[in-house]
Write a protein that binds this ligand. Sequence first.
Ligand SMILES: NC(=O)c1ccc[n+]([C@@H]2O[C@H](COP(=O)([O-])OP(=O)(O)OC[C@H]3O[C@@H](n4cnc5c(N)ncnc54)[C@H](OP(=O)(O)O)[C@@H]3O)[C@@H](O)[C@H]2O)c1
Length: 297
Amino acid sequence: MATIIDGKKIALEIRAELKEKVSWLKSLNIRVPGLVTILVGENAASQSYVTSKSKACNEIGMLSKIEKLPTETTEEHLLGLIDHYNSNDDYHGILVQLPLPKHINEDKVIERIAPEKDVDGFHPISVGRLVIGKDTFYPCTPNGVLELLKRYKIETSGKHVVVVGRSNIVGKPVANMLLQKKDGANAIVTVCHSASKDLTRFTKDADILIAAIGKPNFITADMVKDGVAVIDVGINRVEDSSSPKGYKIVGDVDFENVSKKASFITPVPGGVGPMTIAMLLQNTFLAYIKITKQKLT
Ligand SMILES: NC(=O)c1ccc[n+]([C@@H]2O[C@H](COP(=O)([O-])OP(=O)(O)OC[C@H]3O[C@@H](n4cnc5c(N)ncnc54)[C@H](OP(=O)(O)O)[C@@H]3O)[C@@H](O)[C@H]2O)c1
């Protein structure tokens, strides 16, 4: 039976570590790290994500602000608001919750965020720096994956990591991060996607398998080798009449059967999911350190 990777516990540990650092700043009576989250429109899931992020900031003593804008907000107004926070010393991280309403160009909005405040790690400068191995903000979910591997001491150097999924928010960044010649990375990386023929040929060779597909229970036991470490990024809602809500959340991996072959596995929920907010807080703290240091020198 596999060791279950407890993302909830690790995320709480990281939050506690950051809380201690913020308390220390408070004791010095100096400015604390601040995150502003900009939400445009009424998307229920986005509202809930933004509330969770803000609550997490407050819990560790960081400054947090939610800018709620109506759906009909113009692109110009949104860009102006980003300019305002780019030059606001109280906020070190700026996060624009995606998706944005269709009339707003997401690329233009992301590119307007000052790279030194890009705590989501989606700015092309952050992405480029990540690819060439320079210091940057790593996007939160992929960074959570690497942090789990690190904290569970799962060796990546020289190991074959197979990533299923090539999205810009999970698959591509996690693959690029693991490819770097660095501690906690240095892996041999294969990236698979919907055009991959005979997917099992690749997944079966993985020492570490990262699933970021968005299809419930897609990775089955016959697709993996004994002893594989499995990181399941997927979050899928499936019908469940036994639940009062009528649904349950499952990952991209058939947890019940794959866990019998794996050495390590993340559950869903409680695996990668809780790490995303912890990494956002970590990036905000990092942004604070970089910005305040720059101002001092
Ligand atoms: N905080 C978190 O824990 C967190 C954060 C982000 C996402 N997620 C979850 O992670 C999952 C993936 O998210 P995402 O945004 O990366 O999804 P996405 O943008 O829809 O990308 C899915 C990827 O899976 C690939 N794919 C689809 N069907 C496939 C198949 N039959 N065989 C091989 N590859 C296939 C797609 O290939 P093509 O490129 O060829 O289409 C694509 O690259 C979702 O369940 C999402 O909810 C969780």
